[in-house]
Design a protein around this ligand. Sequence first.
Ligand code: ADQ
Length: 489
Amino acid sequence: HANQDDGPARQRLLVVANRLPVSAVRRGEESWTLEMSAGGLVSALLGVKEFEARWIGWAGVNVPDDAGQRSLTRALAEKRCIPVFLDEEIVHQYYNGYCNNILWPLFHYLGLPQEDRLATTRSFQSQFAAYKKANQMFADVVGKHYEEGDVVWCHDYHLMFLPKCLKEYNSNMKVGWFLHTPFPSSEIHRTLPSRSELLRSVLAADLVGFHTYDYARHFVSACTRILGLEGTPEGVEDQGRLTRVSAFPIGIDSDRFIRALEVPQVKEHIEELKERFAGRKVMLGVDRLDMIKGIPQKILAFEKFLEENPNWRDKVVLLQIAVPTRTDVPEYQKLTSQVHEIVGRINGRFGTLIAVPIHHLDRSLDFHALCALYAVTDIALVTSLRDGMNLVSYEFVACQDVKKGVLILSEFAGAAQSLGAGAILVNPWNITEVAASIGQALNMTAEEREKRHKHNFTHVTTHTAQEWAETFVSELNDTVVEAQLRTKE
Ligand code: ADQ
């Protein structure tokens, strides 16, 4: 794999994730519009200079015809993306079913679906079969594109079966796996019918990474308790083979946010927002509309605060921006109407003819609008019931170097481990405590705000997404080299 532009060939990195960082929309038989999403993972990997990264994943569209598949493959190649084609049935069983209906809630301590136990058990089996089949389809694409010396980095709970498939394909392949969600206590993982098979296939990787030490520890105890394997300080050992397990807390591309605040259009927007909310303190929530984000609990805590603090009623506003996700799932529809109902009730109760206490938007904001909003916020409320890390808290901190606002942060978000010293940590289930923390944040002295902000800002700007990716990939590389040396001995 010669690299003509910049001298010696760089080592290739194959990044495998359920979704490609590109959204594809079909315009005609063979014509596609591709939009590269600018998420944290994309910028993280763009920053890993010593590797040449390629993406492998599902493009999010069903392309049943060969001609369409060929043309999309060609179009994606320009973005260094390689598609895995999944048909509608597989997507339904693997993605909506096993991934989002079983693994996602379980890993966030919401348990397994219980509406109809027998039906669940039956569909569970077919969904797990589809999950394995889909993972094998990813492995086939990786296998086709793999070249000796490549490093393969698998992402997230969608692809827990992939490390095993890849090692079966080629036992010399360097395989890493990183989980973006929490890994739950082994007592929770134990309830999963396919608990052992999933653990074993993850252990086929050379390096397994989590956001926090707690998640890594939970994973190691699950391997000990469920599989009877030995946990060592470095990971898990099975018949002389060591799988390294470690914490790699993700970060954001903080410069991108800091630079955005200098863009004239963003500056203008900041001025508009300041004028719009003059005389009121701005509180902000930005979340995907998901059960794990604790949005109803957050809004109820705000209601309690208003109830107990009549003097603040016309001096504070909560802006809750919630992007709808998984809108075809009944639980998510229920959550949306629940949130709307609570917001309506509170606005009816505390609103006046000229202002309401809560502005709730069911949509996503573009990057510049989001940065402007972060910059004018006095208090950010991140009250996830569970969250692997939570990047919104990092993004808020990156945009606050002028204002030095307060972060109220759930102790159940991975970010509590890194931003805990600067934030006010809360138990999101305890509405009285969250309401009190709003009061504490509103009354905090400028001096204390500055001290807390400084702690968090230093963390966010030094522990970046780029550093995260570099650390993981170089450790993966070293791990394998070490293993090869050991084998030679
Ligand atoms: P998410 O659950 O999606 O990620 P988070 O880490 O907060 O949670 O990232 C959300 C991203 O979407 C942020 O970049 C945010 O700016 C953006 N976003 C959210 N709501 C938005 C809105 N209304 N408008 C525009 N943008 C919006 C999963 C895990 C997390 C983990 C990440 C990364 O659940 O715990 O931190 O992966 O590993």
